[in-house]
Design a protein around this ligand. Structure first.
Ligand SMILES: [Zn+2]
Length: 297
């Protein structure tokens, strides 16, 4: 079923404008509308497939594992980037005093948690996809729950909670943030990585920008809307860390969606230029990691 958003999830008002018509270039080729709240500027897919309907937009092996069998340049770059990304993520959480106990929401097959565990952290995951969850449990030996609420039963507080490119997929946006707030140690950090719809590459590629990824990405954040959203739940941004490789990855996919060809050279240039332009007019990088803490009362 389709579900219609009638009140902005951030500012609660009900007047929206058309931002963009785009399509599911990854899988179904279906068209979707991204609306923008007239009050706070938040962008979201509306109407959107509801929780029961969204499953069929994930019916791709590639989406679960990103593990293309062909060892083409694209997948090789992706794998290199993934190893680099896991180490980078670990660097962010390890530097935090309360990161001894970590919860990764949307942990997929558990590679990040596996790495954290090998470095001595106590790890827990949440993953709704059955195949990915079983893999994380059996192959990577991680304790993984199906739903977020279950993770709070065995471990009421976590020093660090992470959502790596997951928040934009979650139907119950505000409910999820409230649960996270309740599970986070008062001195803990909450780390949220999301694409940035204000980035230079988002502007360049328009409806072909791969990080719109409709309807799987239900929301399209920028610094302003992320600050407002998390502020509503008692969090404040203490640091924003760029994910510079995402500019290249997203540009490659976007080029493919736009021209149905692998324009490697143009993609490399776009990725480089997006990172270069990130400081201009407060645009920010293609994807960004928000490191959040609970506001002190
Ligand atoms: Zn709004």
């Amino acid at each position: 079923m389709q579900e219609k958003i009638v009140k902005c999830p951030i500012c609660n008002q009900g007047s929206f404008s058309l931002f963009l018509k785009t399509g599911d270039y990854f899988l179904t080729r279906e068209e979707f509308i991204i609306q923008q709240c007239d009050g706070c500027g938040f962008k979201f897919v509306n109407p959107r497939p509801d929780k029961d309907e969204i499953g069929r937009y994930y019916q791709s092996e590639e989406y679960i594992s990103h593990d293309a069998k062909k060892a083409n340049l694209f997948s090789r770059i992706y794998k290199l980037a993934r190893v680099h990304a896991i180490k980078g993520k670990y660097g962010i959480v390890a530097g935090h005093a309360h990161a001894g106990k970590i919860l990764d929401i949307g942990c997929g097959t558990g590679e990040f948690l596996h790495y954290c565990k090998s470095r001595g952290l106590e790890v827990t995951g949440v993953e709704p996809n059955d195949k990915a969850r079983e893999y994380a449990r059996k192959v990577n030996g991680i304790e993984v729950f199906n739903e977020l609420g279950e993770a709070g039963i065995s471990n009421p507080t976590y020093g660090c909670i992470t959502m790596w490119h997951v928040l934009e997929h979650v139907h119950d946006l505000n409910e999820t943030l409230e649960i996270v707030k309740g599970m986070l140690h008062p001195e803990g950090i909450f780390v949220v990585a999301v694409p940035n719809s204000n980035s230079w590459d988002a502007g360049k590629y328009g409806k072909f920008w791969a990080a719109y990824d409709v309807p799987r990405h239900l929301y399209h954040f920028n610094k302003s809307t992320m600050d407002k959203l998390v502020g509503n739940h008692g969090f404040e941004t203490i640091k924003i860390i760029p994910q510079k490789l995402d500019a290249y990855y997203v540009s490659m996919l976007s080029e493919k969606y736009r021209s149905e060809k692998n324009n490697y050279f143009t993609s490399l240039f776009s990725g480089f230029w997006s990172n270069f332009q990130a400081g201009r007019e407060g645009r920010g990088h293609s994807s960004q990691i928000f490191v959040l803490s609970l506001k002190k009362a």
